[in-house]
Ligand binder design. Structure first.
Ligand code: AMP
Length: 184
């Protein structure tokens, strides 16, 4: 099963992706995690993207698309994957259509976690992961970027009939149950 987990920062994508990974035994691919690891290890990619992540802005489409195309060639994704944080712009979604076709990996579900904005900000501020982009100012920037650049990606998938909107308010288990039953 090939799943895209979609929603604003703080919606719980990372948490739910990990639970889905365990339930369906398919790997979680988070572009944000890849960037944070690269920054921590000071790789050329990390050096390139550090100031972008710190500012709450988006890494250029070409960099992200190349990274995902390459990563998905790993045979561990042959039986499925959970994409978290990608695609985040319409050009990324269009590029991903091509990758998915070339690699024979059609998307089965585009799961959208919906959470009101006020709740997002308080969730991020209280999650205390020590992320440099988790300050109130950066969260506001990330939400603006989300509305402008990322939200339109949902329309891109509507026409494919794979969108599943999930109420992202509740306990982690409740939300997970909603996602799991939408995938049946
Ligand atoms: P996340 O962990 O998904 O919230 O991503 C953290 C940061 O990594 C984002 O604020 C962006 O700076 C960068 N990033 C992650 N995924 C993407 C993407 N698909 N396109 C552009 N930038 C990304």
């Amino acid at each position: 099963m090939n799943i895209i987990l979609f929603g604003p920062p703080g919606a719980g994508k990372g948490t739910q992706a990990k639970l889905l990974q365990d339930k369906y035994s398919i790997p979680h691919l988070s572009t944000g995690d890849i960037f944070r690891t690269a920054i921590k290890n000071q790789t050329p990619l990390g050096v390139k993207v550090k100031s972008i992540l710190d500012a709450g802005q988006l890494v250029p489409d070409e960099t992200v698309v190349d990274l995902v195309a390459d990563e998905l060639k790993d045979p561990k994704y042959d039986s499925g994957f959970i994409l978290d944080g990608f695609p985040r712009t319409v050009p990324q979604a269009e590029a991903f259509d091509e990758i998915a076709e070339n690699q024979n990996k059609a998307i089965d579900a585009f799961v959208v976690l919906t959470v009101p904005e006020k709740e997002l900000i308080s969730r991020i501020l209280s999650r205390g992961q020590g992320r440099t982009d988790d300050t109130e100012e950066k969260i506001k920037t990330r939400l603006e970027v989300y509305h402008e650049e990322t939200e339109p990606v949902q329309n891109h998938y509507s026409s494919k009939g794979v969108v599943k909107e999930i109420d992202g308010i509740g306990t982690i288990d409740e939300i997970f149950e909603r996602i799991a039953s939408s995938l049946k």
